[in-house]
Ligand binder design. Structure first.
Ligand SMILES: NC(=O)c1ccc[n+]([C@@H]2O[C@H](COP(=O)([O-])OP(=O)(O)OC[C@H]3O[C@@H](n4cnc5c(N)ncnc54)[C@H](O)[C@@H]3O)[C@@H](O)[C@H]2O)c1
Length: 462
């Protein structure tokens, strides 16, 4: 997008100066999976960060330099806290004067699977009370198009300040990918949309000073590797994020459907995918699994579905992808039943040992993990459950689940006792060769046993 010369008020010019010489103080609201890594990356480039999390346990930990998010390096956080670059508070009333406020609060679904933007609305009310001329507010939470303009803006205007002149408001979706060793909040490119051209200009300058994208050009016409891509409105930026997540959801559903078909046809879906992946252009590889999890893929597309309904539009791809991805979890239980049946036993009364309960490998997040649904379905069938997950010593899931379990250490006896070992998350660092050696049989939903050489006859893949 061409960005014409923008007339800036003295407040905007002053804020740009403060961003340029890194004297701007940044407040990150919500110190979770997104907010804490972001706070660390912003502090590492030289901005002072004051975090805010209404959970005093989290803000307290940050102030002690104690890390609780996998993507953050313990020593980096400690050094930044000790060096006075990061501090944290648990209420807006305690927050010192800041220049830029970055909002990273949750955007879950209600029980009726509708957007729950109450966290954003609550924070907006609080920010309005502390807003002062020269502030920039950016929203990073994933949400439906229109949230920045229709929810945040009216609240912030309650302060009596004028947007684009006295304060600045923009949306820039966070693109963090928990557990990804290559891409983080610092080296992942950004999209930014402002309420006014001045809002965009100031927000673009802020993100250009915090992001240093090193990846490939996305489009042939891009001359540079853009750190920050400006777009014409917050709505474009909001929808771009939902499109990114919907793209994943739909493609995972496509490959899950292929997995269901391959199961019926007796074809190894993993080989099919690997074969297709040898084509050097025109295909991006996704893998099947026991369903989708986390705070993004099972949730965000439904923000779009909800918004689309207001326009008499039905997002059929999204609904279908949701259905197929949920079906994948039911398929795992059906296949488990079949595996036991073939061994002359049945699910009722069987001992099932689960390996991995997080929604993806090498992280501790269990939110919306398909393992929760699958464990629940297995328990309902009358089977006994044990599990091992190096990242989850105690499994206490969110509603509606009422059971809880403690992780068992991996042991020969534990594996031998189980009628079937069910791999739901393919964590690295587990010796699958050894697991195969000591298990009666394994149902592998992640192809985690791909490299196992011996005892392959015991391994059944979904
Ligand atoms: N987790 C991801 O992989 C990911 C990736 C990209 C975008 N997002 C989006 O980022 C947003 C945040 O997700 P998350 O995974 O970091 O959530 P999270 O639950 O890990 O963290 C949110 C934090 O906000 C705090 N909070 C809630 N209300 C608050 C309030 N009124 N004042 C202060 N603090 C408050 C919570 O205590 C929590 O610590 C969501 O919109 C999510 O969709 C998440």
């Amino acid at each position: 997008m061409e960005t014409p010369e923008v007339l800036l008020t003295p407040y905007a010019c002053r804020l740009k100066e403060k961003i340029g010489d890194k004297t701007a103080v940044i407040s990150v609201i919500g110190l979770g999976y997104v907010g804490l890594p972001l706070a660390v990356e912003i502090a590492k480039v030289g901005f002072k960060v004051v975090g805010l999390d209404h959970n005093p346990a989290r803000s307290g930990k940050v102030n002690c330099g104690e890390n609780y998010i996998d993507d953050v390096k313990d020593d980096e956080l400690l050094q930044l806290v000790q060096g006075g670059m990061i501090s944290a508070y648990s209420s807006f009333a305690e927050l010192p004067d800041v220049d830029i406020i970055v909002v990273c609060v949750p955007t879950p679904l209600t029980i009726n699977r509708e957007p729950n933007i109450s966290y954003i609305a609550n924070v907006a009310r609080e920010i309005a009370l502390m807003l002062r001329p020269g502030n920039l507010v950016t929203l990073e939470s994933t949400t439906y198009p229109g949230t920045t303009r229709d929810v945040l803006l009216p609240q912030l205007q309650e302060s009596g300040l004028t947007v684009g002149e006295e304060f600045f408001l923009a949306y820039s979706p966070e693109r963090i990918d928990p557990g990804n060793d290559h891409h983080n909040a610092r080296n992942t490119s950004r999209v930014v949309g402002g309420i006014t051209p001045a809002c965009l200009e100031v927000a673009r300058m802020f993100y250009s000073n915090t992001v240093n994208y090193k990846g490939p050009r996305r489009r042939r016409e891009d001359k540079l590797h853009p750190d920050v891509t400006p777009v014409s409105s917050p709505e474009v930026a909001e929808l771009s994020k939902l499109y990114e997540n919907t793209y994943r959801s739909v493609n995972i559903a496509l490959v899950n459907e292929l997995m269901l078909l391959c199961d019926r046809m007796g074809i190894d879906v993993w080989q099919v995918i690997d074969a297709a992946g040898t084509k050097p252009f025109g295909i991006q590889i996704f893998y099947p699994g026991p369903g989708v999890g986390g705070h993004c893929i099972p949730i965000d597309p439904f923000y779009l579905t909800w918004k689309a309904r207001q326009y008499d539009f039905h997002t059929r791809f999204i609904e279908l992808a949701g259905e197929i991805n949920i079906e994948a979890s039911y398929h795992v239980v059906r296949k488990l039943t079949r595996v036991l049946n073939n061994a002359g036993s049945c699910l009722k009364g069987a001992k099932i040992f689960i390996l991995g309960v997080t929604y993806k490998k090498d992280i501790r997040d269990i939110r919306e993990s398909p393992a929760l649904k699958i464990i629940d379905l297995i328990l309902r069938e009358g089977a006994g459950i044990g599990y091992h997950d190096p990242y989850v010593p105690y499994l206490k899931p969110h509603e509606p689940y009422t059971w809880e379990f403690e992780s068992h250490p991996l042991s020969v006896a534990g594996l031998q006792e189980a009628d079937c070992v069910l791999i739901l998350t393919g964590h690295s660092g587990i010796d699958y060769e050894w697991v195969a050696k000591h298990s009666k049989q394994i149902l592998d939903t992640r192809n985690a046993t791909r490299e196992v050489q011996n005892n392959r006859e015991k391994i059944i893949k979904i």
